[in-house]
Each structure stands twice: as structure tokens, then as C-alpha cells.
Ligand binder design. Structure first.
Ligand code: GRF
Length: 204
């Protein structure tokens, strides 16, 4: 029986596209729903073009009430029979209540080598720190923002002349390789971490 995956987006959804395209053949999971908190997210049309059902739970309609927003999000996911949630460019911070409900069944991709640079502006912070390398991490989502168990990482070198923009551009394809590789194992209940490096994919 294939595991039913729901993907939460807020924008372009390039990671969502990579995940959806990866779930074919003997992959143990299938995408059943893409949900955006922003009705204008261009990722919604991409999901529909790939034949995946979509939904919008517009956080602005719930004002400051995170609980009501998350209750609707939870309802939509459960109604679709979602078993694993993948946050992919989802820009809303989830409350501990929601993360507890989906504990052990929810993943996120974060554009840094966690535990470094939790939160925003990760590329600029790595540059400012003078780091020699940067990367992205896929982790289980817990109540601590960007703090759950790490399931995979991809590394890129920071080259002289790199900017936050050039790092983001070079990192995105690594994200598109890492997230599907981690989800494939996660959906098969295999927690062996995935490690990729720019130029070589040492999937261990
Ligand atoms: C990516 O950098 C990802 O790491 C972060 O959001 C950015 C956009 O992702 N979570 P996507 O193109 O919307 O998947």
C-alpha cells in the first residue's frame, strides 16, 4: 500500500515539483494533495499540471488565530487521508500543538547545514560567517523551529565571489535531489541518513 503524502507550499513549489515527480514506479509513496496558505502561490498551478489535487487554506482569513488556521489545515490533510506531510517552501510557523499531532509524520527542508542558521536569511548568514561550505537539510518537524532530527544533508562549497543569491541558485538543485531521496527512505520507514555533495552524490 503506498503511503499518502501531502505537501505544504507557500510559493513557487520547486521542491514540491521534485517530490511529486519522484513518487513513481516502486517508490513507496504517492502525492495526494498540495496545500498552500497563499491562494496566489504559483506552485498550485504546477501541482494541478502534474495531476495532483490542490487546496488553499488562506492564513489571512484566520487573522491572528493560528489555532483555527491549523485546525482547517489539519482537517484538509486528514480528509485527503494524508499520512506523511512534507513542508516545501512553506512559510508559516506551526504551533507545538500542530507539530505534536503530526510528530513522526512531518518533514521539512531548510536551506542550511542544520543546526547552523535556523530561521531566515541562511545564505547571507553563512557568507557573513565566512563559512567555507553551505547546504540544506531535511529534518523531522518538531515543536522547535528547524530543530528536529536530521534525515539528510546536501553540501556545496562557498566560492569566492558567491552572493546570497548565487548560493540560493546553486543550492536549489541540491534540495531537489535531497528531499526526494530522504522521502523515499522515510516512506519505507528507513531512517538511514542521506548525504549528498555538490558534484558527487554520496548517498550513504
Ligand atoms: C527553498 O530555498 C527552500 O529551501 C525553502 O524555500 C525555498 C523555496 O522553495 N524552504 P520552493 O521553490 O518553494 O520549493
Amino acid at each position: 500500500m503506498k503511503r499518502r503524502v501531502g505537501i505544504l507550499i507557500s510559493g513557487g513549489g520547486s521542491n514540491m515539483v521534485a517530490l511529486v515527480k519522484s513518487m513513481t514506479g516502486d517508490h513507496p509513496a504517492r502525492p495526494v494533495l498540495v496545500v498552500s496558505n497563499d491562494p496566489e502561490a504559483s506552485g498550485l498551478e504546477k501541482a494541478r499540471a502534474l495531476g495532483v489535487a490542490t487546496a488553499v487554506v488562506d492564513h489571512r482569513l484566520f487573522g491572528k488565530d493560528r489555532a483555527d488556521f491549523e485546525a482547517e489545515l489539519d482537517r484538509v490533510l486528514r480528509e485527503a487521508g494524508v499520512e506523511i506531510v512534507c513542508l516545501a517552501g512553506f512559510m508559516r510557523i506551526l504551533t507545538p500543538e500542530f507539530t505534536r499531532k503530526w510528530a513522526g509524520r512531518m518533514l521539512n527542508i531548510h536551506p542550511s547545514l542544520l543546526p547552523l542558521y535556523k530561521g531566515l536569511h541562511t545564505h547571507a548568514r553563512a557568507l557573513e560567517a565566512g563559512d567555507g561550505e553551505h547546504g540544506c537539510s531535511v529534518h523531522e518537524v518538531t515543536a522547535e523551529l528547524d530543530g528536529g532530527p536530521i534525515l539528510g544533508q546536501a553540501r556545496i562549497a562557498i566560492d569566492a565571489g558567491d552572493t546570497a543569491q548565487s548560493l540560493a541558485v546553486r543550492l536549489l538543485p541540491m534540495e531537489h535531489a535531497l528531499y526526494p531521496a530522504v522521502l523515499r527512505r522515510y516512506a519505507a520507514d528507513d531512517r538511514t541518513p542521506v548525504f549528498l555533495s555538490e558534484g558527487i552524490s554520496a548517498v550513504s
